[in-house]
Design a binder for this molecule. Structure first.
Ligand code: ASP
Length: 332
């Protein structure tokens, strides 16, 4: 009898708590930052970007709404973006200077502070799934190259011919960048938009857990073997239930040196800054001083969202429990 009373009391008290948390669920995404200008866009392409961003948001949000975890929500969301040729991740990845696609990804669980990451993948269709496998089913945090491939395949993940990642648009970008490097007249101009385009997602679920994930092809014409900020926990990806979840995009070397994602968490933890203040301080002040171009998406334990960037534009969006849904590309 005593046990039943205790159980009833637990239920009675946890229902309002869960209900309150459900009112806070939220997801935010990015599809890369850079020199994204309206004059370089067609209305059709712009529409395609908004449509896929919305699809990714809706799909991740549905997971949260149905009681799924933030980790599951960001995985579903990032897979959609990885499978699209529009972004520099998975299918649409940029080329390294050896003409190959090398993919990096990371995921982090804000509840346990567990993390998984992969770098230099060439045949795994969805690198974010490989990162999740490393987190859940290995003793390690970061696996690279062949070892990462073998591990991912052993975990049953889908592999593809490296040619799957070949898109003409990205290949032309590589050729153009290489030609510009050789060109002594300076007549070949390479837009920075050719360089970035990583994807990422952050979410808060109804259990109060935060999660962050990022996936990328890296930077166009990068040296093969180069690893950017995306799979470096604390640089391009970080999540901690006590503070925030962050996914970055931009010139990775700067994000590594500025330890961007963790820096925001630390400003919140040790200096009590709000999510907005902390994320804007790092992106709009610290990175700018260093010359690091890019942006990030951030979410805190109350479902507040911040999407600062110091570049011309950033593909981005969020969806919240109050019905707010937004996708955007340029500065406002
Ligand atoms: N941050 C990524 C990297 O440096 C590139 C990007 O965001 O597009 O690998």
């Amino acid at each position: 009898m005593k046990k039943i009373t205790v159980l009833l009391l637990i239920c009675l008290f946890s229902v309002p708590v869960l209900f309150a948390q459900k009112n806070k669920i939220a997801i935010a995404i990015h599809g890369g930052a850079g020199t994204i200008k309206k004059e370089n866009m067609t209305p059709e392409l712009e529409k395609s970007y908004h449509e896929i961003l919305k699809l990714a948001l809706d799909s991740g949000y549905l997971v949260l709404e149905k009681g799924g975890t933030s980790l599951d929500a960001i995985e579903v969301t990032i897979k959609i973006l990885e499978n699209s040729p529009l972004f520099n991740a998975g299918k649409g990845a940029v080329f390294a200077n050896n003409g190959k696609n090398e993919l990096d990804a990371a995921i982090m669980d804000g509840k346990t502070l567990k993390a998984g990451a992969v770098a230099g993948l060439t045949t795994i269709k969805n690198p974010i799934m490989a990162a999740k496998e490393v987190m859940l089913n290995s003793k390690h945090v970061l696996l690279t190259g062949e070892g990462a491939e073998v591990f991912a395949k052993k975990q049953g993940l889908q592999s593809v011919d490296p040619n799957y990642f070949h898109t003409d648009k990205r290949f032309e970008q590589l050729q153009k960048t290489k030609a510009a490097e050789q060109d002594t007249t300076g007549s070949i101009k390479v837009e920075k938009t050719d360089k970035y385009g990583t994807v990422g997602a952050v979410a808060l679920d109804q259990y109060g857990n935060l999660a962050a994930g990022t996936s990328t092809g890296g930077m166009n014409n990068k040296k093969y073997g180069r690893v950017g900020d995306t799979p470096i926990i604390g640089a391009g990806t970080y999540a901690n239930n006590e503070t925030c979840a962050i996914s970055c995009t931009g010139h990775g070397e700067f994000f590594i040196r500025a330890v961007v994602a963790y820096d925001i968490s630390a400003l919140m933890e040790y200096k009590n800054l709000s999510l907005k203040k902390a994320s804007e301080k790092v992106v709009l002040e610290k990175l700018v001083k260093m010359g690091g171009e890019g942006g990030l998406i951030a979410i805190d334990k109350n479902g507040n969202v911040s999407l600062p960037f110091n570049s011309e534009g950033m593909y981005r969006g969020y969806k919240k429990a109050n019905g707010e849904l937004k996708t955007a590309i340029y500065k406002e």
